[in-house]
Design a binder for this molecule. Sequence first.
Ligand code: ASN
Length: 482
Amino acid sequence: MKKKILACLLILFPIFSLGIAKADTVKSKYIIASDSSFAPFVFQNSSNEYTGIDMDLIKAIAKDQGFEIEITNPGFDAAISAVQAGQADGIIAGMSVTDARKATFDFSDSYYTANTILGVKESSTIASYEDLKDKTVGVKNGTASQTFLTENQSKYGYKIKTFADGASMYDSLNTGAIDAVMDDEPVLKYSISQGQKLKTPIAGTPIGETAFAVKKGSNPELIQMFNKGLANLKANGEFQKILDKYLASGETTASTSTVDETTIWGLLQNNYKQLLSGLGITLALALISFAIAIVIGIIFGMFSVSPYKSLRVISEIFVDVIRGIPLMILAAFIFWGIPNFIESITGQQSPINDFVAGTIALSLNAAAYIAEIVRGGIQAVPVGQMEASRSLGISYGKTMRKIILPQATKLMLPNFVNQFVIALKDTTIVSAIGLVELFQTGKIIIARNYQSFKMYAILAIFYLVIITLLTRLAKRLEKRIR
Ligand code: ASN
């Protein structure tokens, strides 16, 4: 009984106490997209959970305002695209409010102010923008820092290299592949405070206030709730507590773990669950998409040897179009392009799930190659056999099924196995749409601990083992079918 009363009070208290500063939720759950590594705003701790100012803030606001959220962390550029395509309802990622962005986003009240600043290795001799002549500066794609670099490029004569995520950018700086990086000041300063051997030789340049954003004109209640929640958290001191947690006391990326991640064993021990779940997604993607691809591929392959010209033409167009488009573009087109197009016509957001989009892209891609394998296999059977069979009065379909296909299938089998291996490797490409399969899982782990050599070695071994096992299995099946 006591418990029930307590529960009622707990539910009613926030409603009454914040009654004035509360907006109405419209959706039962809001999807919030964020960066993948942008400490102290958002980063993974060693328990593989996303933390940081932005993560704590949005969770506290959702709680304060009584709305549900689901957070995804595909990286800054992908998060921006996700909001634009309606895959996500809002973005919180240390995002700067710029005039250009105001054309496509609605921003909340600001919760931070950040400069963009140049970061170089501790040992670097770069001391001014002039020193950057002919040097390469790394920057994250789609960021305000990138705009700054592009605008000043002709003045200082540096080369710009863009990265999809902060982890690979800082990795490249550490290995000397680039000479400097341009990033938000709190981010660079934070990584220095965490022991990164970097320095910031030039004072930062203001790039705007930091705020939460939604796609222009959509989810206005989300901005309202964010602003009200932020005001409440500022008033009750919770906002300051969040800032202090990451900035003053320096909550670190290694705060919750005692496992040493500098060894392969430590890396495996601390991340095996995450790696296995990534592997599960990779296998599911490869197997499901390959099964679909076989069906589509066989249909188009049969079309391509059909006596009807129209079917042959359809098959040719399918193979040419799909084979002519890089897989990554196909995936991006399905995941971001099509929902964007549908919305522009219907005015309705119609996001597609990343796994579904990845599976469709992989299926279509593999189907085009399988269609060619099927065509090649059938055409490798001497034409005389078809002619002889038809002259005996046996129908086209029956000849195909009983005479041509059994021989052709034998010829196709090794190519199918080959194509499956390619399909499995291709799953890494669709990670570009933010799908957390095995490769992306590894990148997220590296974003936290910078152990790129050991982590990529682990990934390579994972793929090697899986592919070797699966090809062995496929070869056995192949023998049996023969
Ligand atoms: N401050 C960056 C921007 O707004 C955000 C980020 O890199 N996550 O462009």
